[in-house]
Design a protein around this ligand. Structure first.
Ligand code: P6P
Length: 335
């Protein structure tokens, strides 16, 4: 009979593998899991307390902010601002970095997060989630964090993860060595280890892309998708939820490929990208790589990109190594 392991116990066991660990990261992650439980409770009853709908704001990326975005943003801030683990934060919902209030100590980590990814779908009860990324600060200890602490590549991540608020609520987390999944048992309010050491299948018969953009992709991406649809790699299914966290979570567990390539709709010369590097592509790409997958912009690994501003976007090809390698061969004109 399998052991019952809470995320807290798992984090303590992981910490014991690092003799120089101070417990700071463990405590930071514990605080985050409580924020996730609070957000989960609201997401699960949003329709009952009129939390659906927009709150009238627009975020730095120009997206309409839903009431649940605002609630999730505020919950994470109020949970994380006083623990002494962070020097600053950055959120997809905030134009500038989020400072730690003067009365609280400044810690050695920096947290970047998308408080509620996929929230444009929330009123239709589509799975949404929270994505988080943790780096060591690069500015002097004890001082206020700056953008320099936030603008770091995925390759420098210390930990990252996401929570899918779906048919069940699942936390997927990595502190570097492996990827583990914890399912929330709502009857006791604990995240319990349900998917130890997640490894992405080498191939999966699912491709996931918004085909409504097909006429605005580059020619090689169009060729790849047509090749898949004509049975090139075998009989593949199309699955696209429109919530990156749900599409990538399915890809991580079932295999296959998730694509959000550059589109040439608004700017035919340079194109435009949809997914945010700091809050979506970077952490999700880092996690998939830790599980044995590939996460590429088409030109280079996503985790190699050094962000130049807080709301930078990038093209995304994430998934099983065989599937993403085939896409990259088409994208680069090698097939
Ligand atoms: P489209 C949600 O708004 C999001 O940022 C990602 O979660 C999702 O993958 C993408 O946008 C969906 O974009 O253009 O297909 O609606």
């Amino acid at each position: 009979m399998s052991q019952i392991v809470s995320v807290q116990r798992h984090l303590l066991a992981t910490q014991s593998n690092h003799p120089d660990a101070t417990g700071d990261l463990t405590a930071l992650l514990w605080d985050l899991t409580l924020a996730f439980k609070l957000i989960n409770a609201e997401v699960n009853k949003a329709g009952l307390v009129n939390l659906y709908g927009l709150d009238g704001d627009r975020n730095a990326s120009g997206d309409d902010v839903t009431k649940l975005d605002r609630f999730s943003q505020d919950t994470i801030f109020r949970m994380m601002d006083h623990g002494g683990h962070l020097c600053c934060m950055a959120s997809e919902e905030e134009r500038e970095i989020i400072r730690i209030p003067a009365e609280y100590p400044k810690g050695k980590y920096v947290l970047s997060y998308d408080p509620l990814d996929g929230s444009s779908n929330i009123d239709a009860n589509v799975s949404v989630g929270t994505i988080f990324a943790i780096h060591h600060r690069v500015t002097p200890e004890g001082t206020d964090g700056t953008e320099a602490d936030v603008l770091q590549p995925g390759s420098a991540l210390v930990a990252a993860g996401y929570v899918v608020y779906g048919s069940s609520t699942m936390l997927v987390l990595s502190t570097g060595d492996r990827v583990d999944g914890f399912t929330l048992d709502p009857s006791v309010g604990e995240f319990l280890l349900s998917h130890p050491n997640i490894r992405i299948p080498s191939r999966g018969a699912i491709y996931s892309v918004n085909e409504g953009n097909e006429n605005f992709w580059d020619a090689n991406t169009r060729r790849y998708v047509q090749w898949v649809k004509s049975g090139g790699p075998g009989a593949y299914k199309a699955r696209y939820i429109g919530s990156m966290i749900a599409d990538v979570h399915r890809t991580l567990l079932y295999g296959g490929i998730f694509l959000y390539p550059r589109t040439f709709r608004k700017d035919p010369a340079n194109g435009e990208c949809k997914l945010r590097l700091l809050y979506e592509a970077g952490p999700m790409g880092w996690i998939v790589e830790r599980a044995g997958g590939i996460a590429s912009t088409g030109e280079r690994p996503i985790v190699d990109l050094v962000p130049t501003h807080l709301h930078e976007r990038c093209p995304v090809a994430i998934g099983s190594p065989d599937d993403v390698a085939e896409y990259l061969a088409f994208y680069r004109g090698e097939r």
